[in-house]
Ligand binder design. Sequence first.
Ligand code: RIB
Length: 308
Amino acid sequence: MKPIVCVVGSLNMDFVVKVDHLPAPGETVLGRDFQMFPGGKGANQACAAGKLGSSVDVRMVGRVGYDAFADHLKASLSAAGVDVTYVHATQSQPTGIALIWVESAGQNSIVVAAGANNELAASEVEALRAAMRDARYVLFQLETPLDTVEAALKLAREEGAKTILDPAPAQPLSLDLLRLADILTPNETEACILLGRAVRHVELSDVPVLANQLRSMGPQSVVLKLGEKGCYYDDGVKQIHSPGFPVKACDTTAAGDTFNGALAIALAEGQPIETALRFANRAAAISITRIGAQASIPSRMEVDQFSG
Ligand code: RIB
């Protein structure tokens, strides 16, 4: 039997406009071309896992509406080899969407209208046991209701899976929830918000302290995502800085999601943590050279051949 990776989370249709600079409050800017891409943090992570892990079975759990976006999003995941049996449609809300502006250096601003993603209710989590059965890793993010995330994290642990929690979009989280994460994967902004600090640029020299503080909040281990500086791992025994790969950024959307999907695949395949971190850094670096969320996620061959 192949190892199983399950993703519990959001599916969104992304509406993307390229701009010269991100609009300030009250400002109207003239954008360039408009494109639609399959996205959503959960679906992006599942897509990355599916594209990168042909030797791993990947399952997606989520909610969509009864609309054309739902069909498109499920088709994108299926094309990446992801099992969408547990992506159910709800009558009460449309499929989630995200409005995204991407400026010339690749940075973005994102507004999500969660829609059907909010209908993944904690009361329905028990019904997800079958989706998590025999999973080695279950991935979570925060675009579905928090009580659902917490209930599903508990269920994943009961089923013997390791949990990977991406605390995005950034928000403070309870220690009870953080304790349910085997691997917590914040970026610098999310790390500052979890620690209740002012959001600021993080110097590499500050990272070990930050990671240690995050770990003391409950997760078994922390992978701090540092953008072009790579990532930093701390499990209390081992600390690893895995350097990033300098690339010309086109669009950073879904780089973190690509990282998480790739990390889960490498670990599910039994790769040592050092190798898994490097693999995830490579996948994320390639993704930022292209526009779009799922459209930017590389194939396994591209990641294996990428030398930075
Ligand atoms: O992480 C990127 C994703 O955030 C986008 O695809 C958008 O849908 C939002 O969920």
